[in-house]
Design a protein. Structure first.
Length: 428
């Protein structure tokens, strides 16, 4: 059984620090040291240099993690337990306010970012927020995914919920950690005690709860706003290769480059060794250019694989390589929501993790009476080329969605457009 990743490796992944390949480095160190022990004493020098380099990388990584763990310092709020929150099984934070606020407004506002967020009142001025984790594929095939607190979601909650609260009400403390450990290790402060009577109040009667800030109240109506799915996948490295792998097509790679380099070498060899070198170099450069151009053209063709004359489909290639695949369906007229939900529930995909067929559609949210957002379960894609495993949308399941749901729906009620995209990291 493979060991789970260490806390250091998880934190490095959280802050997007490239992993140091210790195994390769130590192999070279061992080989050079072995040669030194056999009498080739100068080999100890490069072995020591590589060892020092590995130590330097380790120190640099730890400093980068330490900087990342201080990224909440500019919030202007006393924050504790950020490291524990990132590594938690159930990422949780408790907010202690300086005045009481309507908890229902806070719950509605957080649901605008993720409907699975659980908000609980712990006292008159203290509430708890439990969020979902994200799953990031391991750097090598066969390894378990890396689970972390969702930093993107936390930043969104701060900008949309916590910052307005702090500006208008005031946040006394923000305590973070794991749900199971936070309750036992971090006792509540004065926030869960009865509020003292106001000097200008009505005697024994407590000051009423303060209405939430206008910016926070506006988030309750976010469903009425047309939101376009995120386009994070466009910034991924090796995007064309990822799109082709997700669609089940092999990208053009080293074979083409090697073939053209050899061809250039053979051709140039007729003019001598100088011609051979120039021909090989030219073939190498040309092969790389051909491979990149071919992959980009093929990836563009993949984006046009799903075509339906009745309505446009945008962003299919982005959806294919999104760890949290989203698609917005804009309808020509309002429809029966329950009937659509029943159709989507019937779409099932086999899960390797659960070893059984499960629902493919994970969440359905109505952004307006004619705009519905569908979040689907991502698929773990194991690339055939030198790419890390990644999560993406299922090409096969989307074809089933088109055949069983979208095309019949268009024939009955009409679809104006389907816009696709998503986030890079999978939320679990």
């Amino acid at each position: 059984m493979k060991r789970p990743p260490s806390d250091f490796a998880r934190l490095a992944r959280a802050f997007q620090i490239p992993p140091t390949k210790h195994a390769v480095a130590f192999t070279f160190i061992g080989a050079l040291a072995g040669l030194g022990a056999l009498g080739m004493a100068p080999m100890f020098i490069p072995a020591a240099a590589i060892l020092a380099g590995v130590g330097g990388f380790e120190l640099t990584d730890r400093r980068a993690i330490a900087r990342g763990l201080r990224e909440l310092d500019d919030w202007g709020v006393p924050v504790t337990g950020y490291r524990e929150w990132l590594l938690a099984d159930e990422p949780t934070f408790e907010v202690e306010l300086r005045r009481e606020v309507d908890i229902e407004v806070i719950a509605s506002a957080t649901a605008a970012f993720d409907s699975a967020i659980a908000v609980t009142r712990l006292g008159e001025r203290v509430f708890r927020v439990v969020t979902r984790r994200i799953a990031m594929p391991a750097t090598r095939p066969g390894r378990p995914p890396i689970y972390l607190g969702d930093r993107r979601l936390l930043r969104e909650l701060y900008a949309g919920v916590l910052a307005p609260l702090h500006a208008d009400v005031g946040i006394a403390a923000l305590r973070m950690g794991d749900l199971g450990k936070l309750s036992a290790l971090v006792p509540l402060g004065a926030g869960d005690q009865p509020t003292a009577p106001s000097a200008g109040g009505m005697g024994a009667f407590r000051e009423p709860a303060m209405a939430a800030p206008p910016a926070l109240q506006a988030l309750q109506n976010i469903e009425t706003t047309s939101l376009r799915p995120a386009q994070d996948a466009r910034l991924l490295s090796g995007r064309s290769q990822r799109v082709l792998e997700a669609a089940g097509r092999a990208p053009t790679g080293a074979g083409t480059v090697v073939a053209m380099a050899i061809g250039g070498l053979v051709t140039g060899a007729q003019l001598g060794w100088v011609g051979a070198c120039v021909g090989a170099l030219g073939g190498l450069i040309g092969g790389i250019a051909v491979a990149i151009g071919t992959n980009r053209r093929n990836a563009h063709a993949v984006a046009n694989l799903i075509r339906w004359e009745g309505f446009p489909i945008e962003g299919y290639d982005d959806w294919l390589i999104s760890g949290r695949p989203l698609l917005d369906v804009e309808l020509a007229s309002p429809i029966d929501r329950d009937a659509l939900a029943a159709q989507l529930d019937r779409l099932e995909a086999f899960s390797v993790e659960a070893n059984q067929s499960i629902r493919w559609v994970q969440e359905v949210r109505w952004l307006s009476d004619r705009l519905v957002r569908i979040e689907t379960r991502p698929t773990l894609i194991q690339p055939t080329r030198k790419l890390r495993p990644f999560y993406g949308g299922s090409h096969t399941m989307f074809q089933a969605l088109m055949d069983d749901v979208l095309m019949p729906l268009h024939q009955r009620s009409g679809i104006a457009a389907v816009r696709m995209g998503g986030y890079v990291d999978r939320r679990v």
